[in-house]
Design a protein. Structure first.
Length: 207
């Protein structure tokens, strides 16, 4: 995943219609999964977009944000994704797992310095960043991010991915501070643990 504050707007195919509905801070899905995602306040809904991903999968994104002016303080990026019927691809994650809302989620957490260029403008990340840029919002340049993935079937051809992001500026830290050899490296275990609790605290999945 690449998160950049320099949001590159590219010419992309027209968006597909969203298959899920949103009511207030609830995202309602009738299939894959059949569930309601309840998003904690004060995060507010920012919109959706759906698209063909690399010509092999369909993706539907929904975004909830907490803003400071045009700066994104916190972001919950929800992505429903599944491979198309014309291929046999499957998802394969080797990340550790955590249990939340009664489901196992593959988890990856990191502090990153956002790159200044978009290496893959057709990626789901680039499309998300284009969405933010169109609204005039900025992200980073240093962020904490946690990706949580629930594999919805077996073989694993459909997934629900949630990415929770916070601006490290609010902790007066940078990604370099928390990296190996950084001035705040000793704080990383505590920072990561507290961040994870905030990440899973932003949502729950109900049937």
């Amino acid at each position: 995943m690449r998160i950049t504050p320099f949001l590159v707007l590219v010419s992309l195919p027209a968006s597909l219609p969203a298959q899920r509905t949103v009511e207030g801070n609830q995202v309602r899905s009738t299939a894959l999964p059949a569930a309601v995602l309840e998003i904690a306040k004060p995060m507010t809904y920012a919109g959706t977009q759906s698209f063909d991903l690399y010509n092999v999968a369909n993706a539907e994104q929904h975004f909830f944000v907490e803003l400071d002016g045009t700066r994104i303080k916190r972001l919950l990026w929800i992505q429903f994704e599944g491979y198309k019927a014309d291929n046999t691809h499957t998802y394969n994650y080797r990340d550790s797992t955590v249990t939340h809302s009664g489901q196992a989620w593959h988890r990856r957490i990191a502090a990153i310095r956002v790159p200044e260029t978009e290496s893959r403008p057709d990626s789901d990340g680039a499309r998300a960043r284009a969405f933010f840029g169109a609204k005039g919002w900025t992200l980073g340049p240093d962020v904490l991010t946690e990706r949580l993935v629930w594999l919805l079937d077996s073989p694993a051809r459909d997934e629900l991915m949630l990415i929770y992001i916070e601006d490290l500026a609010d902790q007066q830290l940078t990604a370099a501070d928390l990296a190996e050899g950084g001035s705040a490296r000793a704080r990383w275990p505590a920072v990561a643990a507290a961040f994870h609790e905030r990440a899973v605290g932003t949502f729950r999945v109900a049937n």
